[in-house]
Design a protein. Structure first.
Lengths: 237, 289, 252
């Protein structure tokens, strides 16, 4: 093992051509993860609540919409949005937006189901209590149900975000210079050190995902102190 | 199953797939047309935006690769791209591409030009426009020493090619006995060769020369002295942008007349470069095949 | 046979179907191997012996927290450094398996090439980690009272685990397990990066030859959705039969 190739290209692997060129490498991976993470959470929450509240045909259509994003490979969706959407729309979409969009919708589709399940897990008694207080369905949801179930949803959000961080590597197929892409560039140039390069890259992803896990664990730990005895929180750990 | 039914259903019921497909294509066409009308002239758009977006290779020295020191994409194709941007007086924005993404990048409007060792073919010319050729090369092979000496052997070999290249298509057409494994880019194919997954890789000769120049143990490999086709390299331009095509052709001719084209060539393939190759083709020369 | 559809010539549809076949073969092989691997890793992870549980923890942490694409590149490009040369040579040379009882060829097929094996290995290692965790949460979902009940009946802890806990855990883990199988189908698309001729690879190849991008990606997408939908339909079917058998409350 000769990690010189990693040391020699460290700035490129960590932040790409920046500041003389666009941001890349691990820094871009983090930026992409942040944007798609936030967007997926918003999409997941909105669609999840909608899925929970909707009935009949709207519910079915929504379910099918979500199923589409859950059954298409991320790679295929990136191809569609990058190469075919512009043809349909008549203007080009920047590649970073493409990746964030594709990842956010796939992540959001998974989260929506988690959110709906979390909402369902709150007992019917809570609903009755809220409605008997004279609150409407949406207000009960917002004031009583959602705050309780958000805590139970937290693990699925963290899992989904970890998946998102890993999936940013697929931006590689459309030439977005995130960590995996710049790593293949370096590998292509050095040619004889693939093990060293990809071990290093794996380690960087591991650190990023691990950091998210630690932060989430710390937040969950604090939450648990507030709600000692809450069985859901205990089993969620 | 439910999901599949509706996937079809979304476009009008599974019995009418073909009809709706045509309808969809029509709508798409209309969208393209409207889009096209809105951007009547790409050359004007480029001047207005002040940016020329060019797709170039990022892993194929000396055409386009990331320089280790400056961390920027450099190479012969990049120098031509710079010349275009300079003449327009706009900023050059480079997008890294692999071979397979070149046509989609143009048709989707994500770049203005492709300068990435882009071989001019009739099939491609239906999708995109090409400039006059600015480089010429033949399709060759790279193999471990002593493995390959004549084209007859190709039919019994496992050969690595690049996804989305003419090389891949020519090989499949002319050597049906060969097993072709296609990779995202030439260095990937070379790694497969080094690991023994394939017995030879195919690419345009100058690209292979450029690759071999950077291989740490180059004495183990050779480029057998035969070509199976002759390729002309041009600038890829979005379909129907006549003003842009004219501008590119005009600039190329000027670059040759002023000696700048020779200068660019010498930087990358001249006698003092890492990959010395005689310049057999000049911009404006007649094609010989 | 004329397979042309959506204006795509028959030969190219054939390419796509071949690619689909490789996708199915690759993901099926992955699912089988990863389920077995998942059982082993899960058992090691819950083992009270640290010699087993600590390596299992490390395995899970590494393979769950790094992108599959990077793992694929690692196994493929660094494979030659890791695998012993004879094994590598064996993988690289095409092999034909012939089953010929009593001199007549009964079955003859080509073994897949190195890139297929590299794809299979990376997908399996990756999927194993996720399946192991699904098994583990399945086990955790079994109420502690079940174990106590079994023990109070006089069964040994091992018997309680095998007879009472595992069957219930399997039921809890069933839906998530199918979810992982669907992921395996979708994830197999990443092996196109190392030249495995699966569906995504085929769709790009068709695009290269025909420039019918829309048709090539469209058919590939439909095939992926179809495969995932079939797994889901099987899941629903099994679930429904089970609901009838145990009543709605049995699976939560």
């Amino acid at each position: 093992m000769n990690f010189d190739v990693v040391w020699n290209n460290l700035p490129y692997l960590l932040w790409g051509a920046w500041p003389q060129g666009p941001l890349g490498g691990a820094a871009l991976t983090i930026v992409l993860s942040l944007f798609s993470g936030i967007a997926s959470a918003v999409i997941g929450l909105v669609l999840g609540v909608w899925l929970f509240m909707a009935r009949g045909i709207v519910h079915t259509v929504l379910l099918l919409f979500l199923s589409f994003f859950r059954s298409i490979p991320v790679l295929m969706l990136i191809f569609w949005t990058y190469f075919l959407l512009p043809v349909a729309l008549g203007f080009s979409v920047p590649e970073l937006a493409t990746v964030v969009c594709a990842l956010a919708f796939i992540g959001g589709a998974y989260l929506a189901h988690g959110v709906a399940a979390g909402l369902r897990s709150v007992g019917g008694g809570q609903w009755e209590a809220g409605i008997s207080l004279g609150l409407g369905r949406w207000r009960v949801l917002r004031l009583i149900i959602l705050p309780q179930s958000l805590r139970r949803m937290a693990p699925s959000f963290v899992n989904q975000w970890v998946a998102l961080i890993k999936d940013t590597s697929l931006a590689y197929v459309i030439g977005v210079p995130e960590l995996s892409f710049v790593a293949t560039q370096v590998n292509n140039r050095a040619m004889v050190y693939p093990a060293e390069i990809f071990l290093f890259v794996a380690a960087v992803y591991f650190v990023i995902c691990g950091a998210l896990d630690l932060v989430a664990g710390a937040v969950a730990g604090k939450e648990r102190e507030h709600t000692r005895g809450d069985k859901a929180a205990k089993t969620a750990s | 199953m439910r999901r599949v039914a509706v996937w079809f259903g979304a476009s009008g019921g599974s019995k009418h797939e073909e009809k709706t497909m045509k309808l969809g294509a029509l709508v798409l066409l209309a969208a393209v047309f409207v889009g096209g009308a809105a951007h009547a002239d790409r050359l004007d758009d480029i001047k207005k935006a002040g940016v020329l977006r060019v797709a170039a290779f990022d892993s194929n020295p000396p055409f386009g690769y990331v320089d280790e020191k400056s961390r920027q994409i450099v190479g012969l194709d990049v120098d031509y791209a710079k010349a275009f941007a300079d003449k327009l007086g706009v900023k050059l924005e480079l997008r890294p591409t692999n071979p397979a993404n070149r046509v989609p990048l143009l048709t989707s409007g994500n770049v203005d030009l492709v300068l990435a060792n882009f071989t001019i073919t009739d099939e491609r010319a239906k999708q995109v426009d090409f400039s006059v050729p600015y480089f010429s090369s033949g399709q060759q092979f790279l193999a471990k020493k002593g493995v390959l000496s004549s084209p007859d052997q190709l039919n019994s070999l496992r050969i690595g090619a690049d996804k989305g290249t003419v090389n891949e298509i020519v090989l499949r057409r002319d050597f049906p006995g060969a097993t072709i494994v296609s990779y995202d880019d030439t260095p990937f194919a070379f790694t497969a060769l080094r690991n023994g997954n394939v017995q030879a890789i195919t690419q345009d000769g100058p690209k292979l020369v450029g690759l071999l120049a950077n291989v740490p143990d180059k004495e183990n490999y050779e480029i057998p002295a035969f070509t199976i086709s002759n390729d002309y390299i041009g600038v890829g331009i979005p379909k129907g942008e006549t003003a842009l095509v004219e501008f590119v052709n005009e600039t190329l001719t000027e670059l040759e007349a002023s000696g700048k084209a020779q200068e660019i060539y010498d930087v990358w393939f001249g006698p003092n470069s890492k990959t010395p190759l005689p310049r057999l083709f000049k911009i404006g020369d007649a094609k010989t095949n | 046979m004329d397979l042309s559809i959506f204006g795509l010539a028959s030969i190219y549809v054939e390419w796509l179907l071949w690619g689909f076949g490789v996708t199915l073969l690759l993901s099926a092989a992955t699912c089988v191997a990863a389920t077995l691997g998942g059982l082993v890793i899960c058992a090691a992870r819950i083992s009270p012996l640290r010699v087993f549980s600590i390596p299992a923890r490390i395995y899970l942490a590494i393979f769950r927290n790094t992108p599959l694409l990077v793992q694929i590149f690692f196994w493929y490009f660094a494979g030659s450094a890791i695998f012993p040369t004879p094994l590598l040579d064996w993988f690289n040379n095409p092999h034909t398996v012939t089953i010929a009882p009593a001199g007549t060829t009964w079955l003859s097929f080509k073994l897949p090439s190195f890139e297929f094996w590299a794809g299979f290995v990376s997908l399996t290692f990756y999927t194993t980690a996720f399946i192991a965790e699904e098994f583990r949460s399945g086990l955790r979902a079994v109420d502690a009272g079940q174990r106590e009940g079994g023990l109070s009946l006089g069964l040994s802890p091992a018997l309680v685990f095998i007879l009472i806990i595992v069957p219930q855990a399997t039921r809890h883990a069933f839906a998530p397990l199918l979810g992982q199988y669907m992921n395996a189908i979708k994830n197999s698309s990443l092996t196109m990066a190392i030249g495995v001729a699966e569906l995504s690879y085929a769709s790009r190849q068709v695009e290269t030859e025909t420039f019918q991008t829309f048709e090539a990606f469209g058919i590939a997408t439909i095939l992926y959705i179809f495969a995932v939908a079939v797994v889901e339909a099987i899941g629903e079917l099994v679930q429904r039969r089970r609901d009838r058998k145990y009543g709605r409350g049995a699976v939560t």
